[in-house]
Write a protein that binds this ligand. Structure first.
Ligand SMILES: C[S@@+](CC[C@H](N)C(=O)[O-])C[C@H]1O[C@@H](n2cnc3c(N)ncnc32)[C@H](O)[C@@H]1O
Length: 172
């Protein structure tokens, strides 16, 4: 389950609270973000319509039918019953694929979307996806020190303004 890349408790909880507040009691999809999903289940175990999308079947053993098998390599295989029914998405892709970008543009980005990545491709984030970098920098349970950037396509008080300066010519 690659737990050394998991957010620490404080970050997991902040992301879970954001999802609760911005989802309007609707369907929340945690795409490859198990730490925030786990934090939400601890904060509000009875909250309905919360799903963990992941390709690691061990989560299915743990969480039953609130686990949805999902593989970035085949992102369009998303169960059709979920198409257009996502009310809030938190995603940290393990890597970017062109197919995933397609589903993001067509579907995921129509919902309030929090997208966390290394800052790579930040130039296209706003221009093509209307994703704006914010000042919320996730930290990890382990000693991992990768700098991640949080992008959103809606307004959020919690994430604050972004002071980081991106170098347009560098893939971060
Ligand atoms: C991208 S990181 C994000 C973890 C995040 N920082 C957290 O704390 O919740 C690792 C997650 O990506 C998942 N993952 C790796 N490859 C995947 C794939 N091809 N499709 C879907 N999920 C994948 C792993 O199972 C793991 O849960």
């Amino acid at each position: 389950m690659c737990e050394n890349s998991w957010y620490d408790q404080k970050i997991g909880e902040a992301l879970a609270r954001e999802a609760l507040e911005k989802s309007n009691d609707g369907l929340i999809a945690f795409l490859s973000t198990p730490a925030a999903f786990k934090a939400l289940k601890e904060l509000e175990p009875e909250r309905k319509y919360v799903y963990l999308f992941n390709y690691d079947h061990r989560f299915g053993d743990q969480y039953g039918d609130i686990f949805v098998f999902y593989d970035y390599n085949n992102p369009l295989d998303l169960d059709s019953k979920l198409h257009h029914f996502l009310d809030y998405v938190l995603v940290e892709p393990p890597y970017l694929t062109s197919q995933f970008e397609e589903i993001e543009c067509k579907q995921i980005l129509k919902t309030p979307n929090t997208f966390i990545n290394s800052g790579a491709m930040h130039k296209v984030m706003y221009n093509e996806r209307q994703l704006v970098p914010r000042g919320f920098v996730p930290t990890f349970e382990s000693k991992l020190s990768n700098r991640l950037t949080t992008y959103i396509n809606y307004k959020s008080e919690r994430f604050g303004p972004c002071a980081h300066e991106f170098d347009d010519d560098v893939e971060e």
